[in-house]
Design a protein around this ligand. Structure first.
Ligand SMILES: O=C(CO)COP(=O)(O)O
Length: 263
């Protein structure tokens, strides 16, 4: 973490919690994190689409400082795309962030870098901040090619974007072998790839853009390991899966990313 970048803790709920459960969780997190924390950390929740309207109502009604976003969006604005959700709809619901190219979508929905790029452009077009995910599988990690692999995925996912647009994205490095496995990358592993991400951003945009973009780590992050991870120079927060479904754990790890004290 560097002083010039405010840490971001994003809770990716994946396909968990219905809209009533979503309201309860958001209220608990907000209660545990009074306003002073938000001076030092941005906290966002990323629920399923069907929860977003309810989350918006709580956040607006109670004037909460946490933000919310979506787990995916369509590359298209509107039309005959059954089952897809437009960035325009998400913007209208007050979403701040949208996750793009999560490894679960790259793997289970065959999303290529080209698709991720198109979705990143759609997010930017609608004023949403894309959280663009990259990350290698275990085979790549074991072959020692992980830095080159992530750099290539990053370049492919941002190909042709202007420095001005790149300045508006968040990057999340999530090694696939560390997702939902309890096998967290070491803080040094996270730093190695996040530093390579920043070097690449300087190459495809410029140095000041690279210095301003937030690069998150994701993969089995919890209250016990978050301190070490966000303590790394080039890691500016975390994309949290399982631990974001528990109010106490998520509030605690957000407070740790803020530099304390514990809630
Ligand atoms: O995929 C993730 C967040 O997007 C990480 O999930 P876990 O924190 O459950 O490993």
């Amino acid at each position: 973490m560097s002083g010039s970048r405010k840490p971001l803790i994003a809770g990716n709920w994946k396909m968990n919690l219905n809209h009533l459960e979503a309201i309860a969780l958001v209220q608990k997190i907000a209660f545990a994190l009074p306003a002073k924390y938000f001076e030092k950390v941005d906290v966002t929740v990323i629920p399923p689409f069907t929860d977003i309207r309810s989350v918006q109502t709580v956040v607006d009604g109670d004037k909460l400082l946490l933000t919310y976003g979506a787990q995916d969006l369509s590359a298209h604005d509107s039309g005959a795309y059954t089952g897809e959700i437009s960035g325009a709809f998400l913007a209208k619901l007050g979403c701040t962030f949208v996750v793009v190219g999560h490894s679960e979508r790259r793997t289970m929905h065959a999303e290529t870098d080209e698709v991720v790029l198109a979705k990143t452009k759609a997010a930017l077009k609608h004023g949403l901040t894309p959280i663009v995910c990259i990350g290698e599988g275990l085979d790549i990690r074991e072959s020692g090619e992980h830095v080159a692999y992530n750099v290539a995925q990053l370049k492919g996912s941002l190909a042709g974007l202007s420095a001005e647009d790149i300045a508006k994205v968040v990057i999340a490095y999530e090694p696939v072998w560390a997702i939902g496995t309890g096998r967290v990358a070491s803080a040094a592993d996270a730093q190695e790839v996040c530093a390579a991400v920043r070097t690449t951003l300087a190459e495809i945009a410029d140095a000041s853009t690279a210095a301003s973009v937030r690069v998150l780590y994701g993969g089995s992050v919890n209250a016990k390991n978050v301190g070490d991870i966000v303590g790394q120079t080039d890691v500016d927060g975390a994309l949290v899966g399982g631990a974001s479904l528990k109010a106490d754990e998520f509030s605690t790890l957000s407070a740790i990313a803020a530099g304390g004290p514990l809630p």
